[in-house]
Design a protein around this ligand. Structure first.
Ligand code: SF4
Length: 71
């Protein structure tokens, strides 16, 4: 979301996410985004997140939206 350009800002570079996309033949255990996620928890490195509904017709695969995590 931080990479979306804002036409009101005078910037030369857009925000990017540190790290690289994982090799599809050597995917990490747990959430595939965990090595690059600043919100990663211990759980993220062990388990695959399921689908969590965040609105009508919208789901995410992120433990931040699991009721067990307090959201
Ligand atoms: S499940 Fe969510 S918080 Fe955890 S690593 Fe993946 S994207 Fe980040």
């Amino acid at each position: 979301m931080h990479s979306i350009p804002n036409l009101d800002e005078d910037r030369e570079r857009l925000n990017s996410i540190d790290g690289i996309v994982p090799n599809p033949f050597e995917l990490p255990e747990g959430c595939y985004f965990a090595p690059r996620c600043k919100h990663a928890m211990a759980r993220c490195k062990k388990e695959q997140p399921g689908d969590y509904t965040v609105g009508e017709g919208h789901t995410v695969k992120c433990f931040l939206y699991d009721e067990k995590e307090g959201k």
